[in-house]
Design a protein around this ligand. Structure first.
Ligand code: M6R
Length: 612
């Protein structure tokens, strides 16, 4: 979604801002703009990519040591030059960039129109800056007072940065619902919607909380107060990411890099959480709140997209290992359907970005009903990580490709550990089984390495299916979420229609689609339902569908039936998702590459979905 970066300090602002926007490109956007404050306040913006903006400002006067820049992902109004941010106020005294949505913009715009204001764009953002100017002028208020007053009137989500022509040494920023981070460097400050543009300059950051306003003045220390004028003490955190994690490091795409990072990221996810004789799982979030888990009649997992698929694997894990009933909910549905939530429910919210608006809202709903909320997040310091009662980070490192890969396997790894930790305490799994599964989990990184060697073969297979119009993915048990995840990967980056199904459900409808044009990816690894899935493969074969099978090394039966067979190492059934997902990620990747798609920034998609 939209990206924000702002700078004040001794350096030329615009190279820092452009570089920052490039770091934020992964979030997804369709236009970009920049404002620089020197002798006057200048705004340049254009539809298209940051490179287009760079070209646009090449000959312009963009000198100055204070400025802000934005990448816009269109919500209100089509992507064009006018709707791009920054937006000026009527007098052009103020300019604003904004992430989020002002829900009551139409009412405010009407009131402002009646007071003589006119609007250039179709955006909700322009309404906000006009409102601030209107309040400032009408009440003879300071800029801060006008911002505070305006923000108490708006409904919705915002992360905003404001520059004023009449105050050439100040940046005002505020947030509610959309993230905003302030980086504190040597005599300089950076602001951004996530840490990626900041890490190059400083590791000291302050995460603004909802309804907080940052007042940043050249040569002074950061001041934070709320929209209701309560002074806050800014708490400085240390960034844990480093610059190399934000580079492609020789890979053609971030997605490919992230796929190949999985041996390391899975290891990082369990590192320090298993003791040396595989007997104890130590997860502070569980140890500190063990009673909440022990007394829970059920667990509700809430998430979106890939994280929801990890949640489905979690359902199988918790029920199998810890014998706790689990419901897995799409956050977007859960938040609006008046769900039954009991105070002794445990809600697990899973999110890579930690910023997904629907998941944040689901958490708020759970909190209101008194449930205990546990977060599984990748981004340290993210809104979800801070909104939950406790949680575990996945430690997968920054995920830049819009298609989630390493975050999924890291989430599943954490869920395995949680299920084992709870099963151990509840006595629903014996020590020998725990030791066996944990020692197998520690074999997974090496087995992922072996699975990654399938890449050239998968590349060849991908070439054959580059122009397929549809794909079906089938799996059972722990591999059903894997089928869903494989289909999602393919559709989001290659734009080929793909469906994931529990294999046995195929005959209740999707079988009608199968003909010689239909590739069917079947995850048919060794499991309790292996024989059953062979029957499903036969059903596809009888209708001449093309079968790409993921099987366990040494498989004989499926090999004879499938058109293409990809063998992955043998492991515990519950750990298979950590391996079986890998070839599906690679398949989607190469098909998208052969179709000339923008793999890392697929059309219409955003990396962190901060609007509902
Ligand atoms: O950051 P989150 O994990 O909360 O994001 C949830 C989904 O938006 C995300 O998984 C999305 O489906 C990905 N593009 C999938 O690859």
């Amino acid at each position: 979604m939209c990206g924000i970066v702002a700078y004040i300090g001794p350096q030329e602002a615009h190279p820092i801002l452009i570089k920052g926007l490039k770091r934020l490109e992964y979030r997804g956007y369709d236009s970009a703009g920049i404002a620089i404050l020197n002798d006057t306040l200048k705004v340049f913006k254009t539809k298209g990519k940051v490179a287009d903006l760079e070209e646009f400002i090449r000959e312009k006067d963009v000198h100055g040591t204070i400025g802000m820049a934005h990448t816009r992902w269109a919500t209100h109004g089509e992507p064009n030059n006018v709707n791009a941010h920054p937006h000026f106020s009527q007098s052009e005294e103020l300019a604003l960039i904004h992430n989020g949505i002002i829900e009551n913009y139409a009412v405010i715009r009407e009131e402002l129109r009646q007071n003589g204001y006119s609007f250039q764009s179709d955006t909700d953002t322009e309404v906000l800056i006009q409102l601030i100017e209107y309040i400032k002028k009408k009440s003879n208020a300071s800029l801060i007072e006008a911002v505070q007053s305006a923000l108490t009137q708006v409904v919705g989500a915002y992360a905003i940065v404001i520059l004023s022509k009449t105050d050439k040494d100040t940046i005002i920023a505020a947030r509610k619902g959309s993230p905003l981070v302030v980086g504190i460097g040597e005599n300089e400050f950076l602001l951004a919607s996530d840490a990626t543009p900041i890490v190059e300059y400083t590791k000291d950051v302050v995460y603004l909380d909802d309804e907080e306003i940052a007042i940043i003045k050249r040569g002074e220390s950061l001041k934070v107060k709320t929209i209701r004028d309560v002074e806050k003490f800014p708490v400085v955190s240390k960034l844990e990411i480093n610059l190399s994690q934000l580079e492609k490091e020789g890979y053609d795409h971030f997605m490919l890099k992230e796929i190949f990072e999985q041996p390391k990221t899975i290891r990082d996810s369990y590192r320090g959480r298993i003791n040396c004789n595989n007997q104890v799982i130590s997860m502070a979030g569980i140890i500190d709140h063990v009673d909440r888990f022990m007394n829970a009649d059920r667990i509700i997992i809430t998430a979106a997209g890939t994280s929801w698929h990890a949640g489905l694997v979690g359902e199988y894990l918790f029920e199998e290992i810890a014998r706790i009933p689990v419901e897995v909910e799409y956050s977007s549905e859960f938040r609006y359907r008046n769900p039954v939530i009991y105070p002794n429910d445990v809600i697990i919210a899973i999110s890579q970005s930690g910023e997904t608006a629907d998941t944040l809202a689901a958490i708020e709903l759970g909190k209101q009903k008194g449930a205990f909320i546990y977060g599984i997040c990748n981004v340290v310091g993210s809104s979800i990580a801070r909104a939950t009662d406790a949680g575990s980070y996945t430690h997968a490192g920054p995920e830049i490709g819009v298609a989630s890969t390493k975050a999924f396997t890291a989430q599943v790894t954490v869920l395995v550990l949680m299920a084992l930790a709870l099963g151990q305490r509840k006595g629903t799994i014996d020590d020998a089984s725990i030791q066996r599964i944990l020692s197998e989990l520690q074999e997974i990184p090496e087995k992922v390495e072996r699975t990654l060697t399938l890449s050239p073969v998968i590349r060849d297979i991908s070439r054959m299916f580059t122009y397929s119009r549809n794909f079906l993915y089938l799996g059972r048990g722990f591999n059903f979420p894997v089928a869903l995840e494989g289909a999602l990967k393919l559709k989001e980056i290659s734009y080929i229609h793909a469906e994931g199904y529990p294999a046995a459900e195929m005959k209740h409808g999707p079988i009608a689609l199968i003909d010689r044009e239909m590739p069917v990816v079947v995850i048919a690894t060794n499991s309790g339902t292996y024989e059953k899935i062979i029957s499903n493969i036969q059903e596809v074969k009888a209708r001449k569908g093309k079968i790409i099978a993921i099987v366990t090394e040494g498989d004989v039966t499926v090999k004879e039936l499938a058109d293409f067979c990809l063998e992955i190492p043998s492991t515990e059934e519950m750990l298979v998702p950590l391996l079986a997902t890998i070839p599906l990620q690679i398949l989607a990747y190469y098909i998208a590459v052969f179709r000339d798609c923008n793999v890392d920034q697929p059309r219409n998609l955003a990396k962190s979905v901060t609007v509902e």
